[in-house]
Unconditional design. Structure first.
Length: 334
């Protein structure tokens, strides 16, 4: 009796093991099929900025092209707040199936060092899929100001420490840190005045209530051309092809100054590599289209297409650069 019971238990164990093995094989096979058939439902592009801004425009432009390439609808969702961190947290917690993607930029390379209590880790919880574009920023002042050059800013700031002010679209943004790096490299005391976005900051400069700001060239150029702002220098190493008359800060004596903004797409960590590669291919192909490049040019941005490996290497470099910058500058936010 005991021997028969032992044999029955043994058979049950074998059957259980066979069932588990078969189930695992089925799951793996299903996963392979899902990757091969991707996509078979709509893809969401989530971004943390309001409709009508550069990130939103890029997302909708890219979404339209990806939709045509992959043969599935692409929906843009604006999850505004916390400098894009709400959107990133949503995508970080989404299923790792490639159907929920994050569109953002340099702010995510800065965020890990700047914020103390993020709800996500850009490296551990997300994986970069592809870069999209990059553009320069520009130092601008009120046209009635007596600041007519970078040298004027340095001279006046040193003559009266703390008197000059610079606006930004928010603490911890690229344009804020551009100002902090500028101050640090020149040994200046200039007071930062943060605003909730670029438009109110630009208005304060144009009204003369704030002395200067580092702004996206895309949003500042119309004001520069209309005479509402005076441009002193762009933040890239070389002059921008979209504003060749404006010198770079490097040309103005700050040889190591290079603060450009860039945009990219991320997926949740764990999305299979073949799905990531397929998404990368759709994005990079879109960036080669003439109408996409023309639209980017209208935003004073250049297409920045990379392979997945190149995008990963670029992200590592940017995170290291901004982490070092924040550590040196000291300020951090909750």
């Amino acid at each position: 009796m005991e021997q028969g019971s032992d044999m029955t238990v043994s058979r049950m164990k074998r059957r259980g093991l066979m069932g588990l093995t078969a189930g695992l094989a089925t799951a793996l096979a299903a996963g392979g099929v899902r990757a091969a058939d991707f996509p078979d439902k709509p893809i969401k592009l989530v971004l943390g900025f309001a409709p009508g801004g550069p990130t939103d425009i890029l997302s909708r432009l890219l979404g339209d092209k990806i939709s045509r390439s992959l043969g599935t609808p692409v929906v843009v969702e604006n999850k505004v707040g916390a400098g894009g961190n709400i959107a990133a947290a949503i995508v970080a917690k989404a299923p790792a199936d490639g159907y929920t993607l994050l569109v953002g930029g340099t702010n995510y390379a800065i965020g890990g060092a700047w914020y103390k209590n993020l709800q996500f880790d850009i490296v551990k919880d997300l994986q970069i899929v592809a870069t999209i574009s990059q553009n320069a920023n520009v130092l601008v002042v009120n046209p009635a100001s007596n600041l007519k050059s970078v040298a004027d800013v340095v001279r006046e700031a040193k003559a009266d420490p703390g008197k000059l002010t610079f606006a930004s679209s928010g603490a911890g943004t690229v344009v804020h840190l551009a100002g902090e790096i500028f101050k640090s490299q020149q040994g200046l005391d200039i007071t930062h005045v943060p605003y909730s976005g670029a438009p109110p900051a630009e208005l304060e400069v144009m009204n003369g209530r704030v002395d200067m700001m580092f702004d996206s060239l895309a949003t500042a150029l119309p004001f520069i051309k209309s005479g509402k702002m005076r441009a002193l220098a762009v933040t890239s190493r070389e002059r921008s092809t979209y504003a060749p008359d404006i010198p770079s800060l490097a040309q103005e004596g700050m040889k190591d100054f290079d603060v450009t903004s860039w945009y990219a797409v991320w997926a949740p960590a764990g999305v299979p590599r073949d799905i990531v590669e397929r998404l990368n291919k759709a994005i990079t192909e879109a960036l080669s289209l003439p109408d996409v490049r023309e639209r980017l040019a209208a935003l004073q941005a250049e297409a920045f297409a990379t392979t997945v490996a190149q995008a990963q290497a670029f992200e590592r470099e940017e995170i290291a650069k901004w982490t070092a910058a924040v550590k040196k500058l000291g300020p951090r936010s909750e």
